[in-house]
Ligand binder design. Structure first.
Ligand SMILES: *Cc1c(COP(=O)(O)O)cnc(C)c1O
Length: 431
């Protein structure tokens, strides 16, 4: 099947990590997020091991918290030895609550408030990834008041377009993120940062986008960053310790997506970085990467119950499920591809073309259009594969729908990592 943790059992039911998805749906109810803990761990180890083997000392991956964020996940990746990148005080609070070692946390965001900055410094966050001049001043001032020196990276925009979707491409010169190299503003920011007493500049960050399937785009970004690092060295003798290349490799959501070998790509990227550093006669900085989806996406799937199957004669068919854009807004946001199948009929040929619709009062509340399913009926379980990233973390209570639980699978057992929300939870803050 699409990923090696998916299979079909003798009943014809879809299995994740060897466990019957329909039995789990029976036990925990739908909609339901399932996650394969061992897959998260093995994805983490692939990055950790390859980066340790092929890249300079100190190189390692950081989990991009925005891809998925709850306490247990932080414990799992911390146990494997990943750091993390955080974009909000809420993510930071969650990591802290999980006992995540915050010295390995990198605090991102293009508009951190003074309160966010103070909170992160008080929490002992390892590094700020500073986006802009106002933030730089605020971090310096706040660190000064607390009597510390805060480690920082500066986020730069390398000015390249990795030819991914517009909304998930972020490294272009006119992006809202970071400071542009091309315009000379990045060099100015560095000179300025080096004059400040309560920040210690350790290196640079860039993020060119997501769903990138070969390392060449990362190597292009690395080359621009390394040339900048050389320019800065010539300008003021500054030696860069860390280069953070941002979000990780792409993930296979549908059969037509390529199969990607992360280890080989990390090896290839490491080779390019080594070559460029040699050419530029600079010391190789430690490399950081921030994989999100490639750590968690293929660990997860969503199970829904089918409600109605509506054929508009002469037009099309809709299969409606008991979730939708509140638990997975990605198709509504950017028409993301997903693989859908009827989990209790997984051994039968898909023979029915349908659009999978959610339950919200929005025509755009769709999970996927025109997919082939085994003829569905009310009460069937519909699974959407590879939903471990950007589903739970993007979930909302739109239409006052409680968020689904996250159930983890490990060693033939399942446990609840995040409970299903209740109606009382929905009223928690109503006065
Ligand atoms: C989104 C993002 C990531 C993670 O991207 P994935 O495609 O999930 O690996 C990492 N770093 C930054 C700065 C991001 O914006």
């Amino acid at each position: 099947m699409l990923h090696t943790n998916l299979s079909i059992n003798e009943k014809g039911h879809l299995c994740l990590a060897g466990q019957d998805v329909c039995d789990l749906a029976e036990k925990h109810g739908t909609p339901l997020f399932l996650m394969d803990e061992e897959r998260i761990r093995s994805n983490a180890r692939t990055y950790i091991d390859a980066m340790a083997e092929f890249m300079p000392e100190g190189s390692r991956p950081l989990l991009a918290s925005k891809s998925c964020c709850f306490k247990k996940l932080y414990s799992i990746v911390a146990e494997e030895g990943m750091g993390t990148d955080l974009v909000s005080p809420g993510e930071l609070y969650t990591a802290a609550a999980a006992g995540f070692p915050l010295e390995n946390a990198f605090f991102h965001g293009n508009n951190k408030t003074d309160a966010d900055i103070a909170y992160a410094i008080d929490s002992g966050v390892g590094y700020f990834v500073v986006d802009n001049r106002e933030e730089l001043d605020s971090v310096n001032e706040t660190a000064g008041k607390k009597g510390i020196t805060q480690n920082i990276l500066l986020r730069l925009s390398p000015g390249i377009d990795p030819h991914t979707q517009k909304k998930i491409s972020t490294g272009k010169v006119d992006s809202k993120f970071g400071t542009a190299i091309e315009t000379g503003q990045a060099l100015e920011m560095c000179r300025y940062a080096l004059t400040l007493k309560n920040v210690s500049l350790k290196g640079f960050h860039c993020h060119i986008g997501s769903q990138i399937f070969e390392y060449e785009s990362f190597a292009d970004a690395a080359e621009i960053m390394l040339r900048f690092i050389r320019t800065l060295f010539d300008d003021c003798g500054f030696t860069t310790e860390m280069l953070n290349l941002g979000g990780g490799f792409g993930v296979r959501y549908v059969e037509s997506d390529p199969i990607i070998d992360y280890r080989e790509n990390i090896k290839g990227l490491a080779g390019e970085i080594k070559r460029i550093c040699r050419e530029l006669s600079i010391k190789e900085p430690a490399i950081l990467m921030e994989p999100g989806r490639s750590i968690v996406a293929d660990s997860g799937l969503t199970v829904y119950s089918v409600g109605s199957v509506k054929t508009i004669t002469g037009y099309k068919s809709y299969v409606s499920v008991d979730g939708g854009m509140p638990d997975n807004p990605r198709y509504a946001l950017y028409e993301s591809d997903y693989t859908c199948l009827i989990a209790n009929k997984a051994d039968r040929e898909p023979d029915f073309s349908a659009t999978v619709a959610g339950r919200c009062c929005e025509s755009g509340d769709l999970i996927q259009e025109d997919v082939m399913l085994t003829r569905p009926e009310r009460g069937d379980y519909l699974a959407v594969l590879v939903t471990g990233a950007y589903n739970f973390s993007m979930a909302s209570n739109y239409n006052r729908i409680p968020r689904p639980p996250v159930v983890m699978l490990r060693d033939g057992e399942s446990y609840v990592a995040v409970k299903r929300e209740t109606y009382e939870d929905l009223l928690r803050n109503d006065m």
